[in-house]
Design a protein around this ligand. Structure first.
Ligand code: MF3
Ligand code: CO
Ligand code: CO
Length: 250
């Protein structure tokens, strides 16, 4: 974690907007019949077109520019050839570089024509609200990590969702994952202090069932142990003097 210079913040704003637009284009293409493989190929083209660096491709051997995780797969899904079906819950997580600074954002979309069932709505809305609550808990430089964690946990608890504990948000910028980590559970007023100017990835991950996870046999995909549906939303956020600025919103 390192406070960014004004020039770096400007770069991250620009890169974040480009990331948001790219992710939006991809989210709109999530439809029954299309495969994660096809979507990842489109992502590669769009990332290039936007002038973004595809830093995930080859990162620790990961094969693509983004993670695509379906249903009980919650994160780190490797884009495969099995087409999306009506009713799938699809998570897209895109990490890019822009002028050598790194940004990370993820969202969950319902692949289906009709309204999602009530429990899927609760999952998607609750996890999205938890991200908003976590960001709103940032009151500027001096915020403790536990303030963010507690706000996220509280919102997920209120929506009766499983709070994934083994995966966490993180500071970001020079590398994807920097210290400190930003857990999705915790106690307000505790944990590391975040100075103004630092950039962090806030990313609640939640499930309709139990919170325990496993790694699938592909060595990457993280799945809910009980097979329940999972959701994930992530923004890269700048801690400002008196609050927070989302760098990866549209
Ligand atoms: N985007 C992920 C995150 O939010 C990082 C993915 S790294 C991978 O932290 F190698 F697992 F893909
Ligand atoms: Co991510
Ligand atoms: Co992240």
């Amino acid at each position: 974690m390192r406070a960014k210079t004004p020039a770096e913040i400007e770069i991250m704003r620009e890169g974040g907007k480009k990331l948001a637009r790219t992710l939006d284009i991809l989210a709109k293409k999530v439809q029954p019949g299309i495969t994660p493989r096809q979507l990842a190929d489109i992502a590669e083209v769009e990332v290039k077109k936007a002038g973004l660096q595809p830093i995930l491709k080859g990162y620790e051997g990961f094969p693509d520019v983004l993670c695509i995780s379906v249903n009980q797969a919650i994160v780190h899904g490797m884009p495969g050839k099995k087409a999306f079906k009506d009713g799938d819950v699809v998570k897209l997580d895109l990490t890019i570089g822009y002028k050598n600074l790194i940004l990370d954002s993820a969202l969950s979309v319902y692949a289906g024509s009709g309204e999602p069932p009530a429990d899927v709505k609760r999952l998607l809305e609750g996890t999205k609200r938890a991200l908003e609550a976590g960001i709103n808990a940032i009151s500027g430089g001096g915020t403790r990590v536990g303030d963010i964690s507690a706000a996220i946990q509280d919102t997920l608890d209120k929506h009766k969702l499983g709070v994934i504990r083994d995966l966490v948000g993180h500071a970001i910028g020079d590398k994807i994952h920097e210290e400190p980590s930003i857990p999705n559970y915790g106690v307000a007023g505790t944990g590391p202090v975040l100075p103004a100017g630092v950039t962090i990835a806030v990313e609640p991950m939640a499930s309709l069932g139990d919170w325990h996870i496993d790694t699938a046999s592909d060595g990457w995909t993280v799945v809910m142990r009980d097979g329940s549906l999972g959701a994930h939303f992530e923004h890269t956020v700048l801690v400002t003097k008196n609050g927070a600025e989302i760098l990866t919103s549209l």
